[in-house]
Design a protein around this ligand. Structure first.
Ligand code: SAJ
Length: 419
């Protein structure tokens, strides 16, 4: 059992599950958040978002006293920063939440403590954090021996919907400001991570995180670009993907309505921002993915124009399948855009209880279940490939116009053999 104490700054999608996993591993965890509602919810053992296994872990660790939440940090051996790094105007990263957390943690920092940044950050942020701490606590040594404060960057890599499992099993990259910092952080992660924890420099770990998400963004952009090319040349993109993926060294990802969430749609800009002239491919991929929702809206309008009284049903508004997260959701943006253009629009979203504010008060928008929507609408727009939509029977769609952005309704590909 581990008896070390940990402050976790930011009780969001990464901080809260990490707090619960550490508390379960025996650490004494203080979750710190500026939002009083989140603090109160955690102290009652409840999560403010859905994530498999999280609720059970929270209940158990809060009840046994290993996890508490507060608006203030306490003295602790380890301090983990997991606050958001949003982007502001012109895609510039906003480090103000990290700065605020560092300012707070400086007040409780002691010689020999370990400071870890998990938030996704531009390259050079770990060095900045060290400089800030040095400024706030000139009495402490940010040097390179056992007595000084150690600072490391250890990016999270977990997939929403599988966070707890991936926190425990994924390999980790651990970047230290010095080798000693990296080794100290490595010993900490090895207490609860079953994957391999590799050490490197802080800057390398920072760009590694951004590279992972840019890699996925670029690959999705290729799939999205192909889907737009296929629309133009009248080829079924799903059949195309299935065929080319039979090549032993080709693995295309899936097109969709665009890229959403708070990571892949944001992080590649941090690379572009730090090396604009050299990041042409990364920037173009972002632009291709950002353009896709407009393409989907035009496609729906073109289909709907074939009908005298189009009634649209949008299936799914979350940013991806089987989550209740609407952040940066292209499906939500498409639905909002369509609600401006059509007199009747139905929304089906099995993972939320009510429509978000952008749609809720619109007289032409109705929230309903799948069966009703399939019955009443004449244009079906599939935006998210939720499990709940896998049961849709093609017979139910035979009299409808269908725009399927996920290849769920038109897949497996039909054979297009010329007569
Ligand atoms: N998407 C497609 N086609 C695909 C795959 C995804 O259109 O073939 C779309 C999704 O629908 C969604 C978006 O991309 O809108 C992002 O979804 P995702 O499942 O690819 O990724 P996230 O944002 O949930 O999580 C990513 C993960 N990064 C990588 O896989 C490289 C995760 O491991 C990171 O920890 C997370 O970002 C993060 O926090 O950075």
């Amino acid at each position: 059992m581990n008896h070390q104490t940990v402050n976790i700054f930011g009780l969001g999608y990464i901080g809260l599950p990490t707090a619960a996993v550490l508390a379960e591993a025996g650490f004494h965890v203080n979750g710190v958040d500026i939002d009083e509602h989140k603090v109160n919810a955690v102290n009652q053992g409840t999560s403010h978002f859905d994530e498999p296994l999280l609720q059970t872990l929270l209940q158990r660790t809060v009840q046994d006293g290993h996890l508490v939440a507060d608006r203030e940090p306490k003295e602790a051996d380890i301090h983990i920063i997991a606050v958001p790094t949003p982007r502001i105007e012109a895609h510039t990263p906003d480090l103000s939440y990290i700065y605020q957390a560092v300012f707070q943690l400086a007040s409780v920092l002691r010689q020999g403590d370990l400071v870890i940044i998990e938030s996704t950050t531009p390259v050079g942020t770990t060095e900045k954090v060290s400089q800030w701490l040095d400024r706030f606590r000139s009495d402490l040594d940010m040097g390179d021996d056992n007595q000084s404060v150690s600072i490391a960057y250890c990016p999270e890599r977990v997939l929403p919907g599988h966070i707890i499992e991936e926190l425990l099993h994924n390999d980790r990259i651990i970047g230290g400001l010095t080798k000693q910092c990296a080794q100290k952080a490595q010993s900490f992660y090895q207490c609860f991570v079953k994957g391999t924890c590799r050490i490197t420099h802080a800057r390398t770990a920072e760009i590694a995180k951004l590279t992972e998400n840019a890699f996925r963004d670029i690959n999705i952009a290729f799939a999205n670009e192909l889907s737009m090319i296929c629309d133009k040349i009248d080829v079924d993109v799903w059949e195309l993907i299935e065929l080319v993926n039979q090549h032993p060294r080709v693995k295309l990802l899936k097109p969709g309505p665009g890229v959403g969430g708070h990571c892949i749609a944001v992080d590649p800009w941090f690379i572009v921002n730090s090396a604009p002239d050299e990041s042409r491919l990364v920037r173009t991929a972002r632009e291709v993915n950002d353009k896709k929702p407009k393409h989907v809206v035009s496609k729906v309008i073109n289909e709907a124009e074939k009908l005298k009284e189009p009634v649209i049903a949008c299936l799914g508004i979350t940013f991806k399948a089987d989550v209740n997260d609407l952040r940066e959701s292209p499906a939500l943006n498409i639905t909002s855009e369509l609600s401006e253009r059509f007199d009747q629009l139905y929304v089906v979203e099995p993972n939320i209880e009510e429509l978000p504010p952008t749609l809720k008060h619109k007289a032409n928008v109705t929230f309903m279940d799948l069966a009703q929507a399939l019955n009443l609408a004449n244009v079906i727009v599939l935006l998210v490939d939720h499990q709940a939509f896998h049961v849709i029977d093609s017979n139910q769609l035979s009299t409808k116009l269908v725009v399927d952005t996920r290849g769920l309704l038109s897949h497996p590909a039909k054979e297009h053999i010329p007569a």
